[in-house]
Design a protein. Structure first.
Ligand code: SAH
Length: 345
């Protein structure tokens, strides 16, 4: 299936010219797609153009919100999107004081196979196209009553299923598409890209000059621990990841985030805090502590909240800034990848 959402505004204009349509048609299609309409629903288009597009095999985003779950506690919404081929991905919409954040997926499944994560349980199924990542934002925005002038999604985190840098071309194109002035126009500064540390790709990414917030999934500062829970550590070790974070800071002067999911008895001891302090002390970063979400198939348990605050205290005492992430949508819970696993059959 070909997706209109995969095309930038300029590409859409070229496409219209190539099939003998006037350039203003590109604008009509573009705005319709960005508002979450399917081709048939774009009322400004002529019937013949709609038919041509459909006959050529095009859809707008090719996806739908298959299910949504709204939290009664904090109004967080979890989306299960169905794609044109029947695959599913998840997204989470969270309300914060500074704006609304959508967490998007970049792949169906994941091949990183981290020991605590639900997304990698069945490996990688396929990459999402740029338009399928964008589609998650378009549909969430429309779902919450937003349009292009009054956007409901103001911030985006690439922290759903998948490893963004393992789907490099499509993720970079998505970042450019979602930033288009005529479209959703989300500023790079309001986007966080999270990676487990595919550093070869990261060095390419630095050169793209897309000033997003970089988030590195560290989860352990000792290699013997990190290698046990994150297979990627055998290729790119803790010191390599931290050196890459420092390169990003040097280039962008943007403070980086290290994610650290606390796993009971695995990475939450004094030795672990000391190793982290030793490695990042003096570097302008924030450690984002997350109590591990329990994933049945993985069987690893999260540290208690009390111990998470104790770990935070150790870091702060050592001169490292750390926050404990608050839990959102506790009643619609299911760590990323779990919903898909439950509904895919
Ligand atoms: N692949 C990317 C982004 C997706 S995951 C990455 O590794 O950064 C987003 C974050 O959630 C990562 O830090 C990931 O390690 C973390 N995560 C995955 N499963 C988790 C779980 N069960 N509990 C808490 N955090 C988890």
């Amino acid at each position: 299936m070909k997706l209109l959402a995969d095309l930038s505004y300029d590409e859409l204009k070229e496409k219209m010219l190539s099939i003998g349509e006037k350039p203003f048609r590109a604008e009509q299609i573009y705005l319709g797609v960005m508002q979450g309409k399917e081709i048939e629903e774009i009322s400004t288009l002529s019937a013949s153009l709609k038919q041509n597009l459909v006959e050529e095999g095009y859809a707008a985003t090719g996806m739908k919100i298959f299910r949504s779950f709204r939290s009664k506690i904090d109004d967080t919404v979890k989306f299960l999107y169905s794609l044109w081929d029947g695959d599913m991905v998840e997204g989470v919409f969270m309300r914060y004081k500074y704006g609304n954040t959508l967490c998007v997926s970049t792949q169906v499944g994941c091949r990183m196979n981290c020991a605590f994560c639900a997304s990698g349980l069945n490996g990688l199924k396929r990459n999402l196209s740029a338009g399928e990542i964008l589609g998650q934002v378009i549909l969430a925005n429309a779902f919450d009553g937003g349009d292009l002038k009054n956007r409901k999604v103001t911030n985006i985190v690439l922290m759903g299923s998948g490893e963004p840098l393992d789907n490099y071309e499509n993720v970079v194109k998505f970042l450019r598409l979602v930033n288009e002035e005529k479209g959703l126009n989300v500023s790079y500064r309001n986007i966080s890209l999270s990676t487990c540390g595919l550093l070869e790709k990261f060095d390419l990414f630095i050169e793209e000059d897309l000033p997003v917030t970089m988030t590195f999934s560290l989860h352990a500062a000792r290699d013997e621990v990190r290698s046990k829970i994150m297979p990627v550590n055998k290729k790119y070790a803790v010191s390599d990841v931290i050196a890459a974070a420092k390169r990003y800071f040097e280039k962008t002067k943007r403070r980086v985030v290290f994610e650290y999911s606390l796993i009971k008895g695995v990475n939450d001891g004094e030795k672990d805090a000391a190793a982290l302090i030793e490695k990042v002390k003096g570097f302008p970063c924030i450690v984002n502590l997350i109590v591990l979400n329990y994933v049945k198939e993985r069987g690893l348990e999260g540290t208690s909240r009390k111990d998470a605050y104790r770990f935070q205290g150790l870091l702060e005492k050592g001169g490292v800034e750390a926050t404990v992430r608050r839990t959102m949508g506790a009643d619609i819970e299911g760590a990323c990848g779990q919903l898909r696993a439950k509904y895919q059959d």
